[in-house]
Design a protein around this ligand. Structure first.
Ligand code: SF4
Length: 64
């Protein structure tokens, strides 16, 4: 699976980091997500789906 982030929408709530810390982190200012793994393993799909659901601005998508 391939992750796409709409960086302009992200305002750093960090829900995605809590849901899937293997895939998402926050920058030092805590105001924008960092994608640690653009192509996470299938085993992480549930966690990524949780991150997508929890993101308050719907900035995360799975491509394809
Ligand atoms: S949950 Fe959404 S808004 Fe919050 S850091 Fe992650 S991508 Fe950004």
């Amino acid at each position: 699976m391939k992750i796409q982030i709409e960086y302009g929408m992200c305002d750093g709530h960090g829900e995605c980091v809590i849901a899937a810390p293997e895939v998402f982190d926050l920058n030092d200012d805590g105001d924008e997500v960092i994608l640690l793994d653009e192509n996470p393993a299938e085993e992480l799909r549930n966690k990524v789906n949780a991150a997508i659901k929890l993101c308050p601005v719907a900035a995360i998508r799975i491509e394809g």
